[in-house]
Design a binder for this molecule. Structure first.
Ligand SMILES: [Zn+2]
Length: 599
């Protein structure tokens, strides 16, 4: 924005703030609901020990739990949004603390519910499920019962429950070592000043136009990890062993299948992703060569991957123009989508400007009984416009799922969570490319897209592949020591980046600093999500009504089906390599476009 002074909350114009009064007109109304949750909790608790009595009782119990959770979410949503407006505000802070405590109480109170359902004998459960009274809840009950073969006896579950804290020690050790105890050396920055390297400023150094600065940061980072390589190998080995043990105890064929089970995703989706990315590694190698050419280097090293190829466009895009661009970019989604966008702005779902004490960054957040609000810190950069399109993707996805689904099935899964947001970004990219004659802006847009596709598909798949290999070693009882981890990581990295990257040995230690390796087969979802988004954005841009209707079926699906079926209905089959191939073909043509523009 034109003025760079940070506003106080009270000085922000109302039309630039979100309308939380639509959720609770006054704090007193919030207090009433807060108090009402305790009554709803008592009603729910009255069903304890009674779930097998009849279909009517089981149904009433599910509805009592939903009623309690639904109101708790509303209460929590208001508290956290108010608090994020100005995190220094004592009244707001105490409200969010109370809501968090209430949430913890509720999850303690509901802990008996799933085990009691699972304990209903199979023949009795079959009778109950056949009852028309439970027809609506049948899917969610069957989802829960899928876990029955992987649920142990009460005694065994108790032992696992009691040991879960200590089983997390390896991951906790990593986190404390990595975040609290690890110290990095000082680096000489571009301005000649010495600055202590941190996790937070590492990327800034890697983005430096001065090669000696980024090389120094890279070397200092990995030389620090090298000193503690054996300790990091033990924390990672311990975590991988924990995943393998848990899978074995719960009768899963492998750690990978155990991790994919909750989403009902077959192993093939994971292995096909890796294979499909391998097929398209030549495009990444071409990108590496292009980077080297533009940066005038004989060979690129790993620390040359982040420095921008074109300077950031110093655009200042007023808020009205940002809204109009995003609206025009999303026009291919049709009149209904655009009408909902208008509603988002007219009803003030968006908190636009930065103010003192406001939470940083951007998000979309809400609940079944609120608008799907957006928090932004809009400063008018091109990146901010992409953020607006992204967060609107989340919010409209929530809006349609909430509108079309009953509360019970309204919230979509993490597996599909980034699809709508990324689709919007891709539509904005396409629109801006077509509507700007400025070659500098075009080059910037192409680089932006390449970074996103490289970081989300190639990089996350490289991680996913490494993760799979580590778990397979542990399943064969091969201990993961630092030498073995480094050797494998170096070879894998060489395969991904190809002969065009020089890669000194230091990169072999990257495994030591990636927190995602402690998440248990999570990162592949980033790669499948963006691949789906690329394919869907092509469908939308084709203008075919049938394909756009299919996309809306995804926006409206919530959690009413398995994630892969939702994507298939939308027009993307993630059990085949096609979506990943299509996404990386886009990467390939984008490299060519950038080549034409810059050389
Ligand atoms: Zn997102």
């Amino acid at each position: 924005m034109s003025s760079h002074k940070v506003l106080e909350r009270k000085d922000v114009p109302t039309e630039m703030t979100w309308d939380l009064e639509a959720l609770y007109a006054a704090p007193g109304d919030w207090e009433k609901d807060f108090a009402a949750i305790h009554d709803l909790a008592d009603k729910f608790m009255a069903f304890k020990g009674r779930l097998a009595e009849s279909a009517a009782v089981l149904r009433a119990a599910i509805e009592a739990e939903d009623a309690m959770e639904r109101l708790a979410e509303k209460v929590y949503t208001y508290a956290h949004l108010r608090s994020d407006e100005d995190t220094r505000h004592p009244e707001n802070r105490s409200r969010v603390d109370r809501a968090q405590t209430l949430f913890a109480e509720i999850s303690g109170k509901t802990a008996w519910f799933d085990p009691e359902i699972m304990a209903i004998p199979e023949t009795r459960m079959t009778e109950l499920l056949a009852s028309p009274e439970l027809a609506f809840y049948r899917r969610s009950l069957e989802e829960l019962l899928r876990f029955r073969p992987h649920t142990l006896s009460e005694k065994e579950e108790r032992i696992l429950g009691l040991s879960s804290d200590v089983m997390g020690t390896a991951a906790k050790t990593f986190s404390v070592l990595n975040n609290a105890d690890l110290r990095f050396p000082e680096i000489t920055a571009e301005n000649g000043k010495t600055i202590e390297l941190t996790h937070g400023n590492y990327l800034k150094f890697l983005e430096s136009a001065d090669r000696t600065v980024r090389q120094a940061a890279f070397e200092a980072m990995y030389d620090t990890y090298a000193k503690l390589r054996n300790t990091f190998a033990v924390t990672l080995d311990g975590t991988v062993k924990k995943h393998v043990l848990a899978a074995k105890l719960r009768h899963y064929p492998s750690a990978l299948e155990a991790a994919l089970f909750p989403d009902n995703v077959p192993k093939k989706v994971y292995t096909e992703l890796i294979r499909a990315v391998h097929d398209k590694l030549p495009a990444l190698h071409k990108y590496i060569r292009l980077r080297a050419e533009i940066l005038k280097l004989d060979k690129l090293d790993m620390y040359d991957l982040f420095t921008p190829l074109v300077p950031e466009c110093k655009l200042e895009i007023p808020w009205e123009q940002a809204k109009n661009s995003v609206r025009a970019a999303l026009m291919p989604l049709g009149g209904e989508y655009c009408a909902t966008l208008d509603q988002a702005f007219d009803q003030r779902w968006v908190d636009v400007l930065e103010n003192r004490g406001k939470r940083s960054g951007a998000y979309s957040s809400g609940c079944y009984d609120s608008y799907p609000y957006l928090l932004l810190n809009y400063h008018g950069t091109l990146n901010d416009v992409f953020t607006l399109a992204h967060e609107l993707g989340h919010s409209l996805h929530s809006f349609y799922s909430h509108r079309e689904q009953d509360y019970h099935y309204a919230d979509y899964q993490i597996f599909v969570a980034e699809v709508a947001s990324t689709t919007n970004e891709l539509l904005l990219h396409d629109y801006l490319m077509k509507n700007t004659g400025d070659r500098k802006v075009q080059a910037y847009l192409l680089c932006h897209l390449l970074n996103e596709l490289r970081g989300t598909i190639y990089r996350q798949t490289q991680f996913a592949e490494f993760e799979l290999w580590m778990h397979q070693q542990a399943e064969k009882s091969v201990p993961l020591n630092a030498d073995l981890l480094s050797r494998k990581y170096f070879d894998l990295n060489a395969r991904y980046y190809g002969a065009g990257a020089a890669a000194g040995r230091r990169i072999e230690l990257e495994w030591a600093r990636i927190p995602h390796f402690y998440y248990n087969f999570y990162v592949y979802k980033y790669a499948t999500g963006i691949s789906a988004a690329v394919e869907l954005s092509r469908h939308i841009l084709s203008g075919e009504a049938r394909k756009i209707r299919a996309y809306f079926s995804f926006l409206k699906a919530g959690d009413s089906k398995d994630v892969l079926d939702i994507m298939k209905d939308a027009g993307v089959d993630l059990s085949t390599p096609e979506p990943v191939h299509a996404a990386l073909d886009l990467f390939n043509t984008t490299v060519d476009q950038l080549h034409c523009l810059l050389t």
